[in-house]
Each structure stands twice: as C-alpha cells, then as structure tokens.
Design a protein around this ligand. Structure first.
Ligand code: ATP
Length: 233
C-alpha cells in the first residue's frame, strides 16, 4: 500500500495538533501521497458541544494545512444538504479516485461506534479503513476488541492488526475489503479539551497550530458568552 490517497473525516471543531500529528504519522507509515481533510457540515451524531459554523471550521483547516502540500481540504460535505454521512462522501470519492480505492482514516474511538453510522456495511464496501490508536486507549490488536458489526463477517490476519471483511451488500452481492489497525505515536489532544480550555479563557498554545490559534480564540465561538448562538449552528 503506497502512493495512495486517504480521506480524514471528522467534525474538526476545531482542528488541533492531535489531528495533524496523527495525519502526518499515517502519511509516513503508509507512504501516502495525500491526506484530504473532510469536515462534516452537520455531524449525524448530535452533541451538546458548541459547534463552530462549518465554513469557519473549513477555513481553520485550510489555514492550518496551507503550507504542507501533502495535506488538503475538501468542502464536499458542506455543499450537501442534511447530515454529513460518510457513505455519501465515499460514493463521491469512489467516482473521483477510480480505479484507486479510497482509504478512510478514523481514530479508535470513532471505529468503536462504526455500527451506529449510516449504512456501515456500505462504508466498508466503498473504502478500506485505517484505524489509528488514540491515547489513552492504545489497543494493539483487533482480537477481542471488535464491534458487533463484524461478528461472523471478518477474519483476522497479521497478529490481529488486519481485518478482512466480507459483507452481503446491495445491489452488488458479496463485497470485501480490509481494515488495518495502525498504532501511531498519537498526541493526547482532543477538541473537547480545547473547547473546555477556551470556555474558561485558558491557554491553548501548542494544542492548536500557531497559524490558527489567534483566529480560533478571537472568533469567540467556544466562549461562554457565545455559547447560545454557536450551539444552534
Ligand atoms: P471531540 O473531542 O469533540 O470528540 P475530536 O478531537 O475527537 O473531537 P474529531 O473531529 O471528532 O475530533 O476527530 C476526527 C477524527 O480524528 C476521529 O476519527 C478521531 O478519532 C480522530 N482523532 C481526533 N483526535 C485525535 C488524536 N489526538 N489522535 C488520533 N486521532 C484523533
């Protein structure tokens, strides 16, 4: 697996050093040519957290990745109406990248909830998945750690780090793909922690990339004063 393109979807509310460092680790480990960040417009799993407007989150990602040609941003999910379903994004990229098959990146926490996503079987049909370890949970094998979605539909290889999947899928019939667990040197940074620090007026230096830190702080999206308006966007 080399010279491919990987898609990194998420809320990026806001993008932070943990996302960027994880993407860099994957780029090097899998020898990819490009990682495309894809912010969701409306995350399907509703959260109480204040959500900065999608255009703003997109602008932060653009600025944070501007100087690195291996990283780019795609606004496709912002151009669609309704919730941002990964399956729709993968369908669009399948056409765009053909005959290359997309790789979709996600953290271990997100992978554990894959069964609750919209059409998870079709997600596995359309892309191969790379699951990144994320502290504090540093799982080193899928063995004994698989979500129920995979019961009877997957076999383990490579000391439990590679999952070969086979699903009955409409309208194509049997579909197969793979999911690789990739242990990386991840940073223990989360957007929730950053939002909480900003809410309290604390420092986010070195947690957010320098190029966007001032923009994020000055936007006030995560401060208490702005909470009522921003949470409805
Ligand atoms: P929140 O704290 O609001 O849940 P988050 O930091 O987890 O946000 P998302 O935008 O939801 O950020 O994450 C997008 C993807 O990046 C997810 O698949 C998530 O697991 C992964 N991810 C986020 N932070 C890290 C990190 N520090 N290391 C590795 N992967 C990460």
């Amino acid at each position: 697996m080399s010279d491919g393109v990987a898609l990194f979807g998420g809320t990026f509310n806001p993008i932070h050093a943990g996302h960027l460092r994880a993407a860099e680790e994957v780029l090097k480990a899998l020898k990819l040519r490009q990682i495309i960040f894809i912010p969701s417009a409306i995350p399907p799993h509703k959260s109480e957290a204040p959500l900065a407007p999608a255009e703003q989150r997109l602008a932060w990602i653009k600025k944070a990745t501007a100087e690195y040609p291996c990283f780019s941003v795609n606004s496709l999910e912002l151009e669609r109406e309704g919730p941002s379903y990964t399956v729709d994004t993968l369908l669009a990229f399948q056409r765009k990248l053909a005959p290359e098959r997309p790789i979709f990146l996600l953290g271990w926490d997100a992978f554990c909830h894959l069964g609750t996503w919209h059409k998870p079987e079709q997600v596995l049909e359309l892309a191969d998945l790379v699951v990144l370890t994320r502290p504090p949970c540093d799982v080193l094998s899928f063995e004994g750690n698989l979500p129920p979605l995979f019961s009877g539909r997957a076999t383990l290889e490579d000391e439990g780090r590679l999952l070969r999947t086979t699903f009955d899928s409409e309208p194509k019939g049997r579909a197969s793909g793979w999911v690789r667990l990739l242990p990386i040197q991840a940073l223990e940074v989360s957007a929730s922690e950053i939002r909480e620090r900003l809410r309290k007026g604390g420092s986010v230096r070195y947690l957010l990339p320098d190029s966007i830190r001032r923009d994020v702080v000055e936007s006030g999206f995560y401060s208490d004063a702005n909470r009522d308006e921003s949470s409805t966007q």
